[in-house]
Design a protein around this ligand. Structure first.
Ligand SMILES: Cc1ncc(C[n+]2csc(CCOP(=O)(O)OP(=O)(O)O)c2C)c(N)n1
Length: 372
């Protein structure tokens, strides 16, 4: 069974000076988080984010929701996923997508408007981004019900047992769908882990106006354990997600994890957060930067996995190559066919929709003819 944390405090093992506190809940040996890999993933995810914002500013993307500040929560959770597990993201899980092997150019396609989805969820076990707040919680719960009926839970076979990892924001906790998902997951003891990144803001609504209790505390009322973890501590986020997923796979039921973090950029590139929050808060959270925290540990003379100069120079080169690939890949994304939205909605197109598709194609062709 997963151990509940005290709701008053955040469970954390790595502090801002890079000091790692020994704790039995942190996996060791072969099970330990690969800290170099986690550092690399966080740095590259941040670079994807930075490049995407620049592309949006250059008019290449319609919109971009930044993950700045949430890298540890996402890499910690994303690196705990096994290949047979399935992830249901929101629209901000770029670092989890990266950990799942989704090509970041495909992420850009969604925000460039060249695709309705971007990748094949069956290839990566990473579902499509969901813009409808909370909808993915029920999708994940439905999938978990399927896993149970496939008898892929609690068999004891580590390659067979599966779990679902659902991401949500603090704002999604106020959605009816999310609460229905919690009811079903707990009542049916489903193999699902809800990973709530409490980044303090739902666009301009602070968490304090949405809840009188910490998010993790709500779990008990639904009948599942709640865990409150420092979302800027990648080692702690990995440990709790790993434990919760193991519990789910073994038939131990669902968990709600609240990873307390902060959205350091505006909600999206279309938002002006200066209208609703204080710059001082942002400065305070910038000082708790999750990447700097792990870097401090790895550069410490007692580091469990010391990093040398070559590691940093190789990573800087890798970042630049990735950035170049994103810029050229984004501009080269194919323009969709006018009929694509129809083609990807239903396997067999009903006659009426086929007629609408042809009308739409003719309209677009006519408009293009008129422009030339
Ligand atoms: C069902 C629904 N209601 C409202 C919106 C408008 N909306 C878009 S983002 C957002 C806030 C979501 O906040 P949170 O769940 O905390 O996630 P975050 O953006 O902070 O990652 C809202 C209300 C929506 N997309 N879907």
């Amino acid at each position: 069974m997963i151990a509940e944390t005290s709701f008053a405090t955040l469970w954390s093992v790595l502090d801002q000076t890079g000091t790692l506190r020994p704790d039995d809940r942190v996996p060791t040996g072969d099970d330990a988080l690969d800290l170099r890999a986690a550092y690399r993933d966080m740095v590259l995810a941040r670079r994807i984010d930075t490049e995407a914002i620049a592309l949006q500013r250059q008019g290449e993307l319609g919109l971009w929701p930044s993950l700045l500040g949430q890298e540890a929560a996402q890499v910690g959770a994303g690196s705990a996923v096994r290949p047979q597990d399935v992830v249901f993201p929101t629209y901000r899980e770029h670092a989890v997508a990266w950990c799942s092997g989704v090509d970041p150019v495909q992420l850009l396609g969604l925000f460039r408007g060249t695709t309705m989805g971007g990748w094949d969820p069956r290839e990566r076990n990473f579902n499509l981004y969901t813009l409808v707040i909370g909808a993915q919680t029920l999708h994940g719960v439905g999938y978990a019900m399927g896993i149970v009926r496939d008898r892929a839970v609690g068999t004891g076979d580590p390659d067979r047992d599966r779990a679902v990892l659902v991401f949500l924001g603090d704002g999604a906790l106020s959605e009816g769908e999310t609460n229905e998902a919690f009811v079903w997951a707990a009542a049916q003891h489903l193999p699902v882990v809800f990973f709530c990144q409490n980044n303090q803001w739902a666009i301009s609504a602070p968490f304090s106006v949405q809840s009188r209790v910490p998010a993790a505390e709500r779990a008990r009322g639904f009948g599942m354990p709640g865990v409150r973890v420092d979302g800027n501590d990648v080692i702690a986020c990995h440990a709790v997600t790993r434990e919760a997923l193991a519990t789910a796979r073994s038939g131990g039921g669902p968990t709600l994890i609240e990873a307390v973090t902060y959205r350091r950029n505006p909600h999206t590139t279309s938002d002006d957060d200066g209208r609703y929050r204080a710059e001082q808060d942002n400065r305070e959270w910038a000082a708790k930067d999750p990447i700097e925290r792990l870097r401090a540990l790895l550069c410490n003379e007692n580091s469990p996995q010391p990093l040398d100069r070559a590691f940093f120079s190789d990573l800087a080169r890798e970042e630049d190559e990735l950035a170049e690939r994103l810029r050229s890949g984004c501009r080269a994304l194919p323009v969709p066919e006018p009929g694509d939205p129809f083609r990807y909605t239903l396997r067999d197109l009903p006659r009426d929709l086929a007629r609408q598709m042809n009308e739409h194609r003719a309209f677009v062709a006519g408009a293009e003819g008129g422009l030339s």
